[in-house]
Design a protein around this ligand. Structure first.
Ligand SMILES: CC(C)(COP(=O)(O)OP(=O)(O)OC[C@H]1O[C@@H](n2cnc3c(N)ncnc32)[C@H](O)[C@@H]1OP(=O)(O)O)[C@@H](O)C(=O)NCCC(=O)NCCS
Length: 178
């Protein structure tokens, strides 16, 4: 379990599936995650297949005060040879957005990935029009590394993706009080 000031994060369990399915199937969220509709049975199969997959860590995010589920965040494609992984994050409960909880979740995941797993680089691939996540990443020190042009075909259009990356040295440097 990862404990923050306002949130806690635990590896995803069966009981969390209903929330993930509800959030991912929300049209506005599906649009930025670029996801197909998902079902509970399909997500259950995916979770049991991936629970012990060493190339990913799938966390659920809860409010610390009452353990209400509010979102999820993953490390994917963990590459131990090149010491890097991809990050994803979703605050599915829209009522708690705008309170700095995504920032806290991203900070906790960065500490976990860099300081506990010892990875050297984290990166994200996001639709160029997803300004909230691009702004959040920039705030956390991620740099834009390039554009994957016409990377995915979704809702009748090819969508460009922005690649952003953060190095362990850059994260550690930011954490040193100035
Ligand atoms: C992106 C997301 C995680 C932000 O969640 P949140 O809880 O509202 O974010 P926070 O309150 O922690 O805000 C942190 C920073 O994100 C940026 N941000 C958040 N919402 C924003 C918005 N609507 N417009 C522009 N920037 C925004 C800002 O830089 C903000 O910092 P600031 O408040 O100091 O300006 C949330 O909108 C979300 O889950 N979106 C759907 C999923 C998604 O797009 N995930 C990315 C693909 S993996």
């Amino acid at each position: 379990m990862i404990i923050g000031n306002n949130i806690i994060m635990k590896l995803m369990e069966d009981k969390d599936i209903q929330y993930k399915v509800k959030w991912v199937n929300d049209e506005e969220i599906r649009d930025v995650l670029i996801s197909d509709f998902i079902s509970e049975s399909q997500t259950r199969q995916w979770l049991s297949k991936n629970a012990h997959n060493n190339t990913r860590r799938d966390f659920f995010i809860f409010l610390k005060e009452d353990e209400k589920p509010i979102g999820f965040s993953s490390l994917k494609n963990i590459d131990y040879i090149n010491s890097k992984a991809e990050m994803t994050l979703c605050i599915g409960d829209k009522e708690v957005r705008g309170r700095g909880l995504a920032k806290e979740a991203r900070g906790l995941m960065l500490d976990y990935a860099f300081l506990e797993l010892g990875l050297n680089k984290l990166y994200t691939h996001n639709w160029v029009k997803n300004k909230p996540i691009i702004n959040l990443n920039q705030k956390m020190g991620f740099k834009i590394e390039g554009t994957l042009r016409q990377n995915k075909f979704f809702k009748g259009e090819f969508r460009d993706f922005v690649v952003m990356g953060l190095l362990k040295s850059e994260w550690v440097e930011q954490k040193i009080p100035k």
